[in-house]
Design a protein around this ligand. Structure first.
Ligand SMILES: [Zn+2]
Length: 320
């Protein structure tokens, strides 16, 4: 979600230049696919870095080696895709109506506000017809960039929720590493798969969007199309739901900057409408559904270094 810092103005209206869309697609597709990667019950610890103090060391190598949160007051520092997190709180791996997946990744950490939003949503889930949440990645214990997966999820304000309801039993550690989420998008990419999609999917995403702390929800465009069709007259919440590449198997909940975090950088607001018109139609154009390969392969972006992150992230990293 690096691209959330897009230039202000029209991009959400679906008329972003084609070149920008190429770039977005190139940078986000591999990241989204990683949400499906399997884990292992006994992950190998990362080997120590030869030169951790070298300014050229990618910040992801440093943050990935911190197994516990910085014992500081909870605070989000920076932007969703360029920042870190002090005083993170863990989402317990089992709750009455949620279970955390891929425990080997140690990414069930967030700002306390995010943990609160997830616990509230999990409590509401059964009333929407959804047994409970299977929760994917939040953030690392100190946030920051990750070795695999996401461009965002750096500041403890993002969480992935599987589009698979929680089973009626506690999953084993192995199952939480091996199980796959459910593919929701139809083969032609133009709608959801009617064999899989249920009214509870709509009700759950609606409940998440209605939480006043939730800023955005990212879903595949086919899912947004289904939500637009099924929302009825209560449509205000749809404005928070933004189509994005990937998100075929999970939805991504992003909350607002917390009031205790003056160094948190908010995103530009979404348009005030429900986003079910031209913005959505754009996602089903040929150029987006069947993009032609770019003649010049996009150069991979160099990884973020500590100097690219807010200064305060150094204290978060170095805290005992
Ligand atoms: Zn995500």
């Amino acid at each position: 979600m690096t691209m959330m810092k897009a230039p202000s103005g029209a991009p959400w209206r679906g008329i972003a230049p084609r070149a920008a869309l190429w770039l977005l697609a190139a940078s986000l597709l591999p990241l989204s696919a990683a949400a499906q990667d399997r884990g292992t019950v006994n992950p190998k610890p990362l080997p120590p870095l030869a030169k951790p103090d070298d300014p050229a060391t990618p910040a992801k190598e440093l943050f990935a080696r911190k197994p516990a949160p910085a014992p500081l007051q909870a605070r989000t520092i920076g932007f969703y895709s360029k920042g870190c997190l002090a005083g993170a709180k863990a989402l317990p791996i089992n709750g009455p109506t949620w279970q955390v997946m891929r425990l080997s990744r140690n990414r069930n950490w967030g700002h306390p506000n995010l943990i609160g939003v997830l616990e509230r949503l999990a409590a509401q889930a059964p009333r929407t017809g959804w047994r409970g949440l299977l929760v994917g990645d939040l953030s690392q214990p100190r946030g920051g960039p990750m070795l695999t997966g996401h461009a965002s999820h750096q500041v403890g304000l993002d969480a992935d929720i599987w589009l698979t309801p929680m089973p009626d039993r506690q999953l084993s550690r192995e199952e939480r590493e091996d199980m796959s989420a459910t593919m929701i998008v139809a083969e032609d990419r133009r709608d959801v798969d009617p064999q899989v999609w249920t009214p509870a999917h709509t009700a759950l995403i609606k409940a998440a969007a209605k939480d006043p702390q939730v800023a955005r929800i990212f879903v595949n465009a086919a899912i947004k199309k289904a939500l637009c069709r099924e929302a009825g007259n209560d449509r205000h919440w749809l404005g928070k739901v933004q189509p994005w590449w990937g998100h075929d198997y999970h939805f991504h909940v992003r909350i607002n900057c917390p009031s205790d975090s003056p160094d948190c950088t908010p995103q530009p607001p979404r348009p005030a409408d429900d986003g079910c018109g031209a913005e959505l139609d754009h996602w089903f154009t040929e150029a987006i559904l069947h993009p032609k390969p770019s003649p010049i392969p996009a150069k991979p972006k160099p990884p973020l270094k500590m100097a690219d992150l807010p200064d305060a992230c150094r204290q978060v990293l170095l805290a005992p």
